[in-house]
Design a protein around this ligand. Structure first.
Ligand code: 5GP
Length: 130
């Protein structure tokens, strides 16, 4: 059965799309732990990041780098943190989280952000990506 992220890739489930290339997609996390919490995924459905072939892994990491640079312009922070967990959704995803203090990378945090603000944030981050 297709993962929820494959359904997002296919446009069957809505998301706040940030940016995409032929093989990768970035969109806002539905349950953000910080303003500007982005997920970067390969469009190919693979569960575990270290099962990706070398080329796909490098491509995803370089894609995340590009997105992180745009994200940092829109959500001022000391650094953009990257995390890979992958216990909830069996489809590789890199979390990108703007970080101003270590506790910002806390997956127990949950921010309430309106859909309108998320749309605008996704648009701004996408526009800031080179
Ligand atoms: P993990 O698998 O890394 O533990 O967490 C999965 C992440 O995917 C969570 O941060 C969760 O909020 C996010 N997520 C789960 N379902 C959806 C969805 O349908 N849309 C979006 N945008 N994010 C989702």
């Amino acid at each position: 059965m297709a993962t929820i992220f494959s359904k997002i890739v296919a446009g069957e489930i809505p998301c706040h799309r940030v940016f995409e290339t032929e093989h990768c997609l970035a969109f806002l996390d539905i349950n953000p732990i910080a303003r500007g919490h982005v997920l970067c995924i390969p469009k190919q459905e693979v569960d575990y990041i270290f099962d990706l072939d070398d080329e796909s892994l490098c491509e995803l990491q370089l894609f995340a780098k590009r997105v992180a640079r745009g994200l940092k312009k829109v959500c001022p922070c000391i650094k953009v943190a990257q995390a890979v967990i992958g216990v909830d959704v069996p489809h590789v995803h890199i979390h990108l989280v703007p970080l101003n203090k270590p506790s910002d990378l806390n997956f127990s945090n949950h921010l309430e952000i309106s859909s309108e603000e998320l749309s605008e944030l996704a648009r701004q981050i996408g526009a800031a990506i080179d």
